[in-house]
Write a protein that binds this ligand. Structure first.
Ligand code: IMP
Length: 423
């Protein structure tokens, strides 16, 4: 069997956790392929809200196996807290959560380096979640990292010490004012490693390829969003992994010809956390209202998210880069009752009108060109089928499908599993 991918098409927080949870029943295996605890995948069902960071969103389903792939970076301390969260709901993760030996470890000093690097940048800071993501991927590509498989070797602590010493020297080099107690952080880290080692470590690329041969279905769950991709995102205001479709192949060891559907998730408007350009950002009361109604606060850091109109130029770009075959529109319910809606359909770029996503979308280069739409006033959150949709919502959806040339198969009208309408 093949693998399907599920990816965010904007700057993250599109609602991937919810959709993976909805789709899980159709798959045998759910696999995370990149990122780490910078992600916060929110799932709501039975009146309870769960936030997952590194663990795939299939964990709440009895029959699905959840794989953390080689492309993921794992912080044992955060990971163990996540496991404790599952314990509260008696989720038997030991039999359905497996970790790639090739996944890299986030060390306490990676978190410190992240903080030091951000502090040294002043106003130019990335707005990182400070989970140590960047420094860990730097050590991976620099060929210095420590992998999950290393924990099975007797010598891993020596490797740890030598890397942590090097990191301490690097932290000193940044010369920023930072208070920390590494000994205390290490005590917590080594205790967490002990718990982590009780889980199953595997050669996940072999496992996944054998599973496909045996006819199993796999859903690869992306984290962050395509505009945060290290290559195709709004560099340098991006995360440090490939969040786009190709990242699923390298982050799981699955060949491109095994990929079937690519589900692209987007919000009916746009949000962004952290720094970086955002052409359709709203600074008026409309943006404030979107943030309020949409409960737009980061699941990891609690930071308020910046809000703005839907950017079709950016969306077309990410659909193309990912080869999206089906779209899922989230949070349509949040837009109910606005005076009117706008979609950015082109950019004014250095005096010209362009429809492609250029190298640089900084505000001095790019001004959005909008098309206006009538807004719906009906509350969508109680709706259960498309026949109940107001005309204005149907028009909004039809316009997007025509422009993107990809069907919108799912419209989400609220955070709960049940508030998901299939078209
Ligand atoms: P980092 O990956 O934590 O270093 O953060 C880099 C940038 O990506 C920052 O602007 C973060 O706010 C953003 N970012 C990282 N993870 C997420 C996510 O899961 N959702 C939304 N933004 C994210």
């Amino acid at each position: 069997m093949a693998v399907d991918l599920l990816l965010g098409l904007q700057w993250g927080d599109e609602g991937k956790g919810k959709i993976v949870d909805v789709l899980t029943k159709d798959y045998d295996i759910i696999a995370r392929f990149q990122g780490g605890p910078n992600a916060g995948h929110t799932l709501e069902f039975d009146g309870i809200k769960h936030v997952l960071r590194t663990i795939p969103s299939g964990i709440f389903h009895e029959n699905s196996i959840n794989v953390i792939g080689n492309g993921v970076v794992i912080d044992p301390v955060v990971f163990v807290k996540e496991l404790e969260g599952l314990d509260q709901f008696n989720i038997d993760y030991k039999n359905k959560l497996i970790i790639s030996r090739k996944a890299h470890l986030i060390l306490p000093t990676h978190r410190l380096l992240d903080a030091a690097s951000e502090a040294s940048k002043g106003k130019a800071k990335i707005g990182s979640t400070l989970k140590g993501i960047g420094p860990t991927y730097m050590d991976k590509t620099g060929r210095n990292g420590i992998r999950i498989g290393d924990l099975e070797l007797k010598t891993w602590k020596e490797k740890y010490r030598s890397l942590a010493n090097k990191h301490e020297a690097m932290i000193d080099f940044y010369n920023v004012d930072m208070q920390y107690d590494l000994k205390e952080m290490e005590t917590e880290f080594f205790a967490a490693i002990k718990t982590l080692k009780e889980l199953t470590f595997i050669d996940s690329e072999e496992y996944l390829n054998q599973a496909m041969k045996a006819g199993k279905t796999i859903l690869a769950e992306g984290a962050q969003g395509s505009l945060l991709d290290i290559d195709f995102g709004t560099y340098p205001f991006v995360t440090s992994s490939n969040t786009t479709a190709a990242g699923a192949c390298t982050g799981l060891g699955i060949a491109p010809n095994k990929v079937k559907d690519v589900y692209g998730i987007f919000k009916a408007y746009t949000t962004r956390v952290g720094s970086g350009p955002f052409p359709t950002e709203l600074f008026d009361e409309v943006g404030v209202e979107m943030a309020k109604v949409g409960r737009e606060f980061g699941a990891v850091t609690g930071r308020p998210r910046r809000c703005g109109w839907l950017d079709l130029v950016a969306l077309k770009y990410t659909c193309e880069v990912n080869g999206v075959t089906q779209l899922m529109m989230m949070k349509g319910d949040v837009l109910s009752g606005f005076d009117s809606l706008e979609i950015c359909t082109a950019y004014k770029y250095k005096g010209k009108t362009i429809k492609h996503f250029p190298y640089n979308i900084e505000p001095e280069n790019v001004t959005p060109v909008y098309t206006k739409f009538k807004c719906w006033s009906e509350d969508l959150t109680k709706m259960t089928e498309t026949s109940q949709f107001p005309k204005e919502l149907n028009d909004y959806i039809a316009f997007l499908e025509k422009e993107l040339e990809i069907p919108i198969k799912v419209v989400s009208v609220g955070p709960d599993r049940k508030q998901t309408i299939h078209r």
